[in-house]
Design a protein around this ligand. Structure first.
Ligand code: DMJ
Length: 453
């Protein structure tokens, strides 16, 4: 849609879409606070949970994430490019040393392909691009190679789990994010760096196989059987479990120039804007609808959908992207730390937890990259300060069991190291290590383009 069509559809930003610019901030000073928070959390993790996938920031200790009982240093891998961008060189050296000495994927356990790809393959690749360290690329290649059997299905769409030692796969009932959003930019980058086309070919084909199964009105459902190609869940949503699929259609076009991905993104985005955009509250939200009829199912919003305004802007619909963020800004003003799910019709909290989610900062950062409107920085500053006020724990930063009471849940997910800490740093610091004009950050915040060494 062009701007005229957007206005006609009521999607363009109307008056005062963003909060009025608030008092002048010293962004460099704020960047310093972000770096101090990263240094504090990394030191605590180093001391009490080094090598575990995740630190338990309230009680101390750690836990595995990918494979029960077998940690692969997930937080170390996820932190790599963030540490590099912040110039935390001693911490980065420790992290790379641990990976050299300890990291192996020769494990007899079932890895979830989506999580292993966006977090570990992506983290190792961005770590390699930041440091030039060859072992990081070797390990990304090793892990992705172990997971390649997932694509051996009649549809080419991946099975959800693969045993890293035997290659045995399981669980064919999957979701758009895990099929199309779990791999393409990571695997395209891996193919570029190794010269082996098979990674990109399989990942892009899987994403397009899902797109080919869209409904007549251009939407995808939320669950599909990858062995038969039959839809199992009928809900179309921009949130989970579809979110990263929509991101990766556009991202793959940007990284490879593959017009099939651009066209797929355009078809699905036009359908979303036409069928799911909802103005019943005054703000622009995206409803959950039936993927074949377009009938509205609910306006329930998952916090993870807050990325979507940024994606719209990246895809060329900047005004709609700005409009799509205004409700999220109002939600942050209302709740403080956002709940995992709410209904914007009456602001009822539907799920009170918050697993240290980065999506609001992600969306605002992406919009800022496009228009440099200072007010996005204020939105992100508020997100950062809320985290310091509510999530800081004795050994790092913790998710919340209930955003209304502030009770902490004693978990720091791996993406915290890769996502919001990086978005905060990049938006406040103006670091010379990042190309603010020409860059690419993955769904997990891994910088696969734009690191300036
Ligand atoms: C992260 O792993 C990624 O951002 C993914 O795309 C969605 N979920 C989490 C963060 O909430």
């Amino acid at each position: 849609m062009n701007r005229r069509q957007l206005i006609a559809a009521g999607l363009a930003a109307t008056a005062a879409p963003l909060p009025a610019a608030t008092p002048r901030e010293d962004w460099q000073a704020l960047a310093g606070e972000v770096k101090a928070a990263m240094r504090f959390a990394f030191a605590a993790y180093r001391q009490i949970a080094w090598g575990q996938d995740e630190v338990k920031p309230v009680s101390g200790g750690g836990q595995s994430f990918l494979i029960p009982g077998a940690s692969v240093g997930l937080s170390i891998v996820e932190a790599l490019d963030t540490l590099w961008l912040m110039g935390l060189d001693a911490e980065l050296e420790d992290a790379v040393r641990w990976i050299h000495q300890r990291l192996t994927f020769d494990l007899d356990g079932d890895a979830q392909v989506f999580e292993a790809s966006i977090r570990l393959v992506g983290g190792l690749l961005s770590g390699h691009l930041a440091t030039g360290d060859a072992r990081l690329l070797e390990l990304a290649h090793d892990l992705a190679s172990r997971m390649m059997p997932c694509f051996e299905t009649p549809t080419g769409m991946p099975m959800r789990y693969v045993n890293l030692r035997t290659g045995k796969t399981r669980d064919g009932q999957s979701f758009p994010a895990e099929i199309g959003g779990g791999m393409a930019p990571e695997y395209v980058t891996l193919s570029r760096l190794t010269g082996e086309r098979r990674f990109a070919d399989k990942a892009v084909a899987a994403m397009l196989a899902l797109h080919a199964r869209r409904s007549k009105i251009g939407l995808v459902g939320d669950t599909i059987d990858v062995t038969t190609g039959q839809w199992v869940g009928r809900r179309a949503t921009v949130g989970p479990p579809t979110d990263s699929y929509l991101e990766y259609l556009w991202d793959t076009w940007r990284l490879t120039g593959d017009v099939r991905c651009r066209d797929a993104y355009r078809v699905e985005t036009a359908a979303i804007l036409a069928r799911m955009a909802d103005r019943t509250t005054g703000d622009l939200w995206f409803a959950n609808v039936d993927f074949e009829t377009g009938a509205k199912l609910s306006l329930r919003q998952s916090e993870l959908s807050a990325y979507y305004g940024g994606l719209l802007s990246e895809g060329g619909d900047h005004d709609a992207g700005v409009a799509a963020m205004t409700g999220w800004i109002a939600a942050q003003d209302r709740y403080g730390v956002l709940p995992e799910a709410f209904d914007p019709t009456d602001w009822r909290v539907l799920a009170p937890t918050n697993a240290l989610r980065p999506e609001l900062a992600d969306g605002a950062f992406t919009l800022w990259l496009h228009d440099r409107d200072e007010r996005w920085r204020h939105v992100v500053a508020k997100h950062f300060r809320l985290m310091i006020a509510k999530n800081k724990a004795p050994h790092g930063f913790s998710g919340l069991k209930d955003v209304r009471t502030g009770a902490q849940d004693d978990a720091c997910p791996g993406y915290w190291w890769s996502e919001q800490m990086k978005y905060y740093w990049l938006i406040f610091s103006d670091t010379k290590r990042f190309d603010y004009k020409d860059n690419y950050l993955s769904t997990e915040g891994n910088v696969l383009k734009g690191l300036r060494r």
